[in-house]
Ligand binder design. Structure first.
Ligand SMILES: Cc1cc2nc3c(=O)[nH]c(=O)nc-3n(C[C@H](O)[C@H](O)[C@H](O)COP(=O)(O)OP(=O)(O)OC[C@H]3O[C@@H](n4cnc5c(N)ncnc54)[C@H](O)[C@@H]3O)c2cc1C
Length: 292
């Protein structure tokens, strides 16, 4: 199918972009990589009257260190995130997760920030921004604001963004040296959206786990953390009994939807299988990290 007709604005700056969005009176859409927006427009699931193209705005395509955090500009493509040396060194769990995202052509266009703004509950980048305590920087005609990732996601494909707001960058944690990590995903074919995925990071100090983080996707309306399970593992040695207890508690806490791809029961079971592997991997890597 073809999209409904629309006007097109090529923004020269962030200010220009938000002015054009404001002038569209709530009916404008930012286009970054277009890898989610264009299919939705082609199916006429969205019919913006104005497309505001941010691809020519200078300065938005960098991955940079800011203190001990990493900042991804609004035009950082998936391919850049997947190959960037800072990310590979300081956030290996994100480097690994990017291997599961889509196919080469999509990765060449799609952006980290665009994926977070699209807020698909089965997409890797929203989950990773939650796991890494993401801060979403936003501009609008009213000025600037920053939202924590956990306040940014409001529902499936729904965020706290107003129609005249532009995300300029997302800031995420780096992980201290020696941090253990695990990432497990199940998709029917490599590069497809996943049925479910789990990402875990932790450190190991004096033989017990600390700073445990668990992110999940594909098992709810939004990407999520599992604070109850994180707390269960904190300051404990992760042995088989504790792992069993944690996986049972995780499954009991989830309320996935049934859809064409999988039943709720299947997704709940799958999340437990993936979490068991990801937690075990993170614990094993943390042991090596502690010994190094
Ligand atoms: C065949 C195929 C397979 C895919 N597989 C996967 C996969 O396995 N995992 C995965 O995570 N994704 C997958 N995707 C989606 C892909 O990652 C998209 O690139 C991503 O979801 C959106 O990024 P984008 O830059 O293309 O955003 P766009 O499509 O340009 O925009 C998406 C939405 O975000 C808004 N937006 C974009 N940037 C901004 C901004 N800076 N400020 C405010 N609003 C903004 C747009 O208005 C729109 O509503 C797949 C896509 C395709 C076509």
């Amino acid at each position: 199918m073809k999209p409904a007709s629309f006007d097109y604005v090529r923004a020269e700056s962030a200010e220009h972009a938000v002015q054009a969005l404001a002038a569209a009176g709530g009916d404008g859409k930012v286009i970054a990589g277009g890898q989610s927006l264009m299919p939705m427009m082609n199916f006429r699931l969205v019919k913006p009257s104005v497309l505001v193209d941010i691809n020519r705005i200078p300065g938005l395509d960098a991955v940079q260190m800011r203190g001990d955090r990493i900042v991804l500009g609004a035009l950082v493509r998936h391919r850049m995130t997947a190959t960037d040396m800072l990310i590979q060194k300081h956030i290996p769990v994100l480097h690994h997760a990017m291997k599961h995202v889509a196919h080469l052509t999509v990765r060449n266009r799609g952006t980290f920030c665009g994926s977070v703004c699209h807020a698909d509950p089965a997409a890797e980048m929203p989950m990773m921004s939650l796991l890494l305590n993401g801060a979403v920087h936003i501009v609008s005609p009213r000025g600037e604001r920053t939202l924590a990732a956990q306040d940014f996601f409001v529902g499936s494909l729904v965020t706290a963004l107003e129609p005249d707001e532009l995300v300029t960058e997302i800031e995420i944690d780096t992980l201290p040296a020696g941090t253990g990590w695990g990432f497990e995903e199940f998709a029917r074919r490599h590069g497809d959206y996943a049925l479910a995925a789990v990402a875990v990071t932790m450190q190991r100090r004096d033989g017990v786990a600390s700073d445990v983080r668990i992110g999940l996707m594909g098992v709810g309306e939004m990407p999520m953390r599992a604070p109850q399970i994180e707390a269960m593992l904190e300051v404990r040695e992760i042995d088989a009994a504790l792992l069993d207890e944690a996986i049972d508690a995780l499954r009991a806490s989830l309320e996935p939807n049934s859809d064409l791809n999988a039943s709720a029961d299947y997704r709940r079971h799958l999340a437990g299988v993936l979490a068991r592997r990801a937690i075990s991997d993170a614990w094993a890597r943390a042991e090596k990290g502690a010994a190094a």
